[in-house]
Design a protein around this ligand. Structure first.
Ligand SMILES: [Zn+2]
Length: 105
């Protein structure tokens, strides 16, 4: 059985043409406040005060990181400061800086 591959292995181009056989989930997209379509990676993210923040990419191969989508209200409308704190402008969901989060859970 070789069905479990390390995440670092990229699928060959031919495999991507057959997404139903290689992807457990359908590629999820979301539209940003300025009308861009971005791609949500539900496997990458951080916990926030109201819900998780997931990483979004501007391309479907997850090469070009765009930012975060709020998992609470599903909007891509948030700000990150230099400390790594992310705050959703829509619902107020907040991700605290990483080191703070780890020390207090
Ligand atoms: Zn939100």
């Amino acid at each position: 059985m070789d069905s479990i591959l390390p995440q670092s292995i990229r699928l060959p181009e031919s495999a991507r043409l057959n997404p139903s056989e290689n992807y457990a989930d359908v590629m999820e997209t979301i539209t940003t406040t300025d009308g861009r379509t971005v791609y949500v990676s539900r496997e990458e993210g951080d916990r926030g005060s109201k819900g998780p923040f997931f990483v979004v990419y501007s391309d479907e191969e997850f090469q070009d990181r765009f930012g975060y989508v709020c998992g609470h209200c599903e909007r891509v409308d948030n700000a990150m400061d230099s400390m790594g704190r992310i705050e959703c402008n829509v619902c107020g969901n907040v991700r605290k800086p990483t080191e703070w989060d780890a020390a207090h859970e």
